[in-house]
Write a protein that binds this ligand. Structure first.
Ligand code: NAP
Length: 244
C-alpha cells in the first residue's frame, strides 16, 4: 500500500485530535503540532501509534513564522511527501467589538489567519513538486453568517473563506484541491465558557435538533482528503445541523 501523510495543525485537543485519529485509523501517517498542551499531545501521539502508522509531533507556536517553518521542514524530512494539509489550529474570543483592542486583533488574526497562510506557504512547494495535494482549511459558520460578540473571530474565519477560494483557483491546474470545512457549534474546549442552557437553546434552533461532534467534522475531512472528492475544489462545506 502507498503511504500517505497528513500534516495537521492543532491536534492536541478537540476537532484536530479527532481528525488525526480518524486519518490514522485509515492508514495515514500523521504529523501534528500544538502550542502548549504537551501532555495531551503525547497521549494523542501514543493513541495514533496504535494504528501502526508513523507519527511526528512538535510543539510549535503557529503565530511565529520560524516555528512554522521548523515544523514543516521536520515533517518533510521525516515523511518526504505531504498528501493532505489540514489547517485546523485556531482560537476564539468572545467579547463586544467595542471592547476589542489591537492585541485582540493580533491574537485572533495571527492565530487563525497568519498561521494558515504561512503553513500553507511552506507546505505548498512540496505539493507542487508531486503535482498533487489536498488542502482543507477549517473555517466556521460565524465566518459565513457573522457572530455577535465574535466580530474579530468571524472576520478571521471569513478571511479563511476568501483564502480558500482564491488559492483553489491559483493551484487547480497543479492538481491541488483546496476546500474549507465550516462547522457550526461543536462541543470542544473552545466553547467551554457556554452554560448548559445556552447550548440547549442553540441546539433547539437547529433543523436536526442535535449538536455536532468532532467525529462529524473528522468524517467530512476524511472525505475531502479522499479520491471521492477529486472534483471538488474552492468549496466551503457547511456542517452545522441545519443552522441556517
Ligand atoms: P480547541 O479544542 O480549543 O483546540 C485548538 C487546537 O489548536 C489545540 O490543539 C491548540 O493547541 C491549537 N492551537 C491554537 N493556537 C495555536 C498556535 N498558536 N500554535 C499552535 N497550535 C495552536 O479548538 P477546536 O474547537 O477543536 O477548534 C479547531 C478549529 O475548528 C479552529 O480553527 C476553530 O476555529 C474551528 N471551529 C470550531 C468550532 C467549535 O464549535 N468548536 C466551530 C467552528 C469552527 P494547544 O492544545 O497546545 O493549545
Amino acid at each position: 500500500m502507498i503511504e500517505k501523510t497528513l500534516l495537521i495543525t492543532g491536534a492536541s485537543r478537540g476537532i484536530g485530535a479527532e481528525i488525526a485519529k480518524l486519518f490514522a485509523q485509515n492508514g495515514y501517517n500523521i504529523s501534528f503540532c500544538y502550542k502548549t498542551s504537551e501532555k495531551e499531545a503525547k497521549a494523542i501521539e501514543n493513541e495514533l501509534l496504535k494504528y501502526n502508522v508513523k507519527v511526528y509531533s512538535q510543539k510549535a507556536d503557529l503565530t511565529q513564522s520560524c516555528e512554522i517553518k521548523s515544523f514543516v521542514d521536520n515533517t518533510i524530512s521525516k515523511f518526504k511527501k505531504i498528501d493532505v494539509l489540514i489547517n485546523n489550529a485556531g482560537v476564539g474570543l468572545q467579547k463586544l467589538f467595542i471592547d476589542c483592542d489591537e492585541n485582540d486583533y493580533e491574537y485572533i488574526f495571527n492565530s487563525n489567519i497568519k498561521s494558515m497562510i504561512l503553513v500553507t506557504k511552506f507546505v505548498l512547494p512540496n505539493m507542487l513538486k508531486y503535482k498533487k495535494g489536498k488542502i482543507i482549511n477549517i473555517s466556521s459558520i460565524w465566518g459565513e453568517i457573522g457572530g455577535s460578540c465574535e466580530v474579530l473571530y468571524s472576520a478571521s474565519k471569513s478571511a479563511c473563506i476568501g483564502f480558500t477560494k482564491a488559492l483553489s483557483k491559483e493551484y487547480g491546474l497543479e492538481n491541488i484541491n483546496v476546500n474549507a470545512i465550516s462547522p457550526g457549534f461543536i462541543l470542544t474546549d473552545m466553547n467551554n465558557n457556554l452554560s448548559e442552557k445556552e447550548i440547549e437553546d442553540y441546539k433547539n434552533t437547529l433543523s436536526l435538533n442535535k449538536l455536532g461532534t468532532t467525529s462529524d467534522v473528522a468524517e467530512l475531512a476524511l472525505f475531502l482528503a479522499s479520491k471521492k472528492s477529486d472534483y471538488i475544489t474552492g468549496q466551503i462545506i457547511g456542517i452545522n445541523g441545519g443552522a441556517y
